[in-house]
Design a protein around this ligand. Structure first.
Ligand code: GLU
Length: 301
């Protein structure tokens, strides 16, 4: 949606646990990137997974951001701003409209495969945990005009054997082949839950987001998302994928790393100390000296 040339960034956490230093790093970098250019920052709650999302965690995310001094212009649980709701669990009707659009244009089909079926057809070299659908339920001809969205099963998006190229603001030039690197992917799960890929594209586009900054575990997702942007006729945002923060063993931080969780950090550090650590990780300062959000803005300019 047009916002007349404004820079709009967003932080889109999933409220499935307390934030850890890696999430804080993403939040700070995204906040800084838009704030230093006078842009707007949105907080969107990505609570699509009904089993894992908890309102309590969303409240704690807001509280942790306030504690750090990171302010948002739109969104959050209070739904501030004109592009709401800003909580994904309340945007189902919007996603349904876009799903119907894909159905009308013949890009989606129903899939009855279980996870075990999908795993059983995996090519042996697929060892990085990525699951690429072999196309078992894929209709022989596309476009597929008679999909029954109400029938049981997941809804998959047909992808062509085509490359998606984009220039990531941090990770540099990227090229992914949709068929080889991701395969036909799910846009609505068999239990009715919306997929991250569909929801994030619809939300970022309708909320006028111009810059998506997040961890580089989502680089391949950006290719899938750009494909959806094209199908919907939306202008994609600029993508900026940050290197992932690792723990002392070199493993990616997860919500299970208790010592890096905001609960532990808040018990032993001041907000300025946590921001100092982040600024050091981002190589914005030579050490982890405490720093305020305002000072961070000054040194990053
Ligand atoms: N909800 C995702 C997460 O918490 C972030 C997705 C995104 O920024 O596009 O990891």
């Amino acid at each position: 949606m047009e916002r007349s040339g404004e820079i709009v960034g967003r932080f889109a956490p999933s409220p499935s646990g307390r934030m850890h230093l890696g999430n804080v790093y993403t939040a700070v970098m995204s906040w800084l990137s838009v704030r230093r250019r006078g842009g707007r920052w949105i907080l969107r709650i990505e609570d699509l997974d009904p089993q894992r999302s908890k309102l309590e965690y969303a409240r704690l995310i807001e509280d942790d951001l306030h504690w750090l001094g990171l302010d948002w212009d739109e969104g959050g649980l209070d739904d501030v701003g004109p592009y709401g709701p800003y909580t994904q669990s309340r945007r189902g009707e919007i996603y349904a409209e876009y799903l119907e659009r894909l159905a009308r244009e013949g890009y989606i089909y129903k899939c009855r495969c279980t996870r075990a079926d999908v795993m059983a057809t995996q090519a042996p070299h697929q060892s990085d945990g990525r699951v690429i659908y072999a196309g078992t339920c894929r209709p022989p001809v596309m476009p597929c005009r008679d999909v029954d969205l109400a029938a049981p099963g997941a809804v998959r998006l047909w992808v062509p054997d085509a490359d998606i190229c984009f220039d990531d603001l941090i990770a540099g030039p990227q090229r992914f082949n949709l068929a080889r690197d991701c395969g036909d992917f799910i846009v609505r799960r068999a239990d009715g839950a919306w997929s991250y890929q569909l929801a994030v594209v619809v939300d970022d586009a309708l909320m006028g987001v111009t810059e998506v900054m997040r961890g580089n575990d989502l680089l391949l997702s950006a290719a899938q998302q750009i494909y959806l942007y094209r199908l919907f006729g939306f202008e994609p945002p600029r993508f900026a994928h940050l290197p992932l923060i690792t723990n002392a063993r070199g493993q990616r931080l997860s919500k299970r790393d208790a010592s890096q969780s905001m609960e532990a950090l808040r018990a032993t550090h001041t907000p300025a100390e946590v921001l100092g650590m982040v600024a050091h990780m981002a190589r914005l300062q030579p050490d982890a000296a405490p720093i305020s959000p305002k000072e961070l803005l000054l040194i990053s300019n």
